[in-house]
Design a protein around this ligand. Structure first.
Ligand code: TXA
Ligand code: MG
Length: 343
């Protein structure tokens, strides 16, 4: 693709105005959200949306999330907004929850990758709100990374990946949640299905709408030929350059295994409590019982390991409960599903 100049904008009134103008004209702008940075374009402009796929190197069969900043925008996006969607939206919007719903005729095929549904999210980040409202557009926005690499939680991560490929980056500081939104499908309202765990937990969803089916691809590798309910889950994802292996086991077993494999280029991605036990360079992503911090730091730390030129990373496997389910889901993908049980 041809190279362009990528503007670096600060998220003040002027920067937000420029971002909104670029989007109105069909451009691509990376914007902050509370989860990760998103690469935004006018969701109803099919050509602009197809440029998102080119800039990221994203497979065209992986649909995008449409971002809104007022419930009134739903009208032109979805064909139905069932009772469970209403209940969840009043509990968790604005926030890190995406709902997959029957799509309206206005949604271009580029957004939905030809599916009959569309994913919609109402982010809570004030800068995302302003860009949506000032541009007057619902925004199609995947995470603003090159396809396959860890999602960006700071503006400079976006710049590292996409400089020369997009119109602008709007710097709004670090992202609070740190992993992408929870994706819940309500295309069959009688069987809500969790497609991707995130900042809104399974327990939080079930407390509002009752039982939710966890799609098997959330915690396990899809077998060859199995169809992904969420196309994004079939791809290798979030990978640093280093080879990542997940180790399941307690503090002692983890330290013993890592130390026995100490060598140049071998590093650890571990809990705060592990650091003192390790003989290799250790990067901590939070305390053992603090899943929110782990989520906030995970992608930052995966990028940091690349900056340190790690070759082999032994990651301490988190418990897949609460926000930890999201951390686990991203880490097993970063590890290409290579998980080793220690005790
Ligand atoms: O937090 C987030 O959700 C971030 C920020 C920017 O909002 N966005 C994000 O987008 O993570 P992306 O494109 O990286 O992930 C979208 C996920 C993919 O796994 C995709 O397959 C799934 O949502 N998805 C989108 N539309 C879908 C649909 N109609 N049916 C099933 N899955 C869908
Ligand atoms: Mg992504």
């Amino acid at each position: 693709m041809k190279s362009m100049k990528t503007l670096w904008l600060t998220a003040d009134d002027g920067g937000i105005e420029t971002a909104a103008e670029l989007i109105k004209k069909g451009g691509l702008v990376a914007i902050p959200t509370e989860t990760v940075y998103g690469l935004a374009a006018d969701a109803l402009n099919g050509e602009a949306v197809s440029n998102i796929f080119k800039a990221k190197g994203r497979p065209m069969d992986n649909p995008l999330i449409v971002h809104i900043a007022a419930l009134s925008q739903l009208e032109e996006l979805v064909a139905a907004f069932p009772e469970k969607a209403r209940a969840l939206s009043s509990a968790y919007w604005p926030g890190p929850l995406t709902l997959v719903l029957p799509k309206s005729k206005e949604i271009p095929d580029e957004v939905s990758a030809g599916l009959s549904s569309v994913a919609v999210r109402f982010p809570s980040h004030p800068v995302a709100h302003e860009v949506i409202l000032k541009s007057g557009c619902a925004l199609a926005a995947p995470s603003a990374n090159l396809s396959g690499s860890p999602s960006p939680t700071e503006a400079r991560h976006v710049y590292d990946d996409l400089n020369g490929r997009i119109d602008a980056v709007l710097d709004g500081g670090g992202c609070e949640v740190g992993v992408e939104s929870t994706v819940l499908s309500l295309t069959d309202e009688s069987k809500p299905r969790l497609l991707r765990p995130g900042g809104v937990t399974l327990q939080q969803l079930e407390s509002v709408i009752g039982p939710v089916v966890v799609d098997p691809a959330v915690l396990n590798r899809l077998e060859d030929g199995e169809k992904a309910a969420s196309p994004g889950m079939k791809y290798k994802h979030y990978s640093p350059n280093a080879h990542v292996v997940l180790l399941k086991g307690g503090e002692q077993a983890y330290a013993a295994f890592v130390n026995a494999h100490a060598a140049p280029g071998v590093m650890a991605l571990c809990y705060e409590e592990d650091v003192k036990n390790l003989l290799v360079e250790a990067v901590s992503f939070g305390r053992k019982d603090d899943d929110k911090t782990q989520a906030r730091l995970l992608f930052r730390k995966l990028r940091e390991l690349d900056e340190k030129h790690a070759k082999l990373v032994f990651a301490h496997c988190p418990k897949p409960v609460g926000v930890g389910m999201a951390v686990y889901n991203r880490l097993i993908r970063a590890a290409g599903f290579e998980v080793q049980k220690l005790d």
